[in-house]
Design a protein around this ligand. Structure first.
Ligand SMILES: [Zn+2]
Length: 186
């Protein structure tokens, strides 16, 4: 569910996207990149949510898996834009969501980051702190913010940038296609 990227493509300044993504992990932290990107979004939140509901699909099998497994979702996105999609899928109450929040100001959105601590491994506020202490952890991810935490999970299902990065690090993972295929392998 990469709603961040979709919202930026539709409502943000594409120039800033190209500029700051290159700095990610080099001169800017992930949170600095997200803050700079969303400061260029000025559309009313209701308009963005309506657009997301019309234009985004969640991969097949997600709702069934969510109802059965009640996963923890840790996102670099926003409660305000993710919850309407979970509600549409009928799983808002089936999952635990940890995400950032928004102050969607008309002169540019401000991101209210949920975590300010620095991870001992990657040095950024990171999802690793959200992993449960006990039990087998199966992690599913696709992006930059999934890298550090994926290294701490017992099993990883990955696609896109995360899959490329894990492969380059020599870290084993299973490819993520959709959630039905994933469920059949749990
Ligand atoms: Zn980390």
């Amino acid at each position: 569910m990469d709603t961040l990227h979709l919202v930026l493509e539709e409502f943000g300044d594409r120039g800033i996207y190209a500029r700051v993504e290159g700095a990610l992990g080099e001169t800017m932290t992930l949170n600095e990149v997200i803050a700079a990107e969303f400061a260029t979004v000025t559309a009313p939140l209701e308009e963005v949510i309506e657009w997301l509901l019309e234009n985004t699909k969640i991969r097949p099998g997600f709702a069934e898996l969510a109802r059965e497994r009640r996963p923890l979702i840790v996102s670099s996105g926003f409660h305000e834009t993710i919850e309407p999609l979970l509600e549409r899928e009928g799983v808002l109450d089936a999952v635990e969501l940890r995400a950032n929040r928004l102050d969607a100001r008309p002169d540019g959105w401000r991101v209210l980051f949920r975590a300010e601590h620095r991870c001992g491994t990657c040095g950024e506020p990171c999802k690793r702190q959200d992993l449960p202490e006990d039990g087998e952890v199966v992690y599913v991810g696709d992006g930059y913010s999934d890298r550090c935490v994926a290294l701490a999970a017992d099993r990883v299902f990955a696609r896109d940038g995360l899959a490329d990065w894990l492969a380059a690090q020599g870290v084993p993972f299973e490819p993520l296609t959709d959630f039905r295929a994933l469920a059949s392998r749990l």
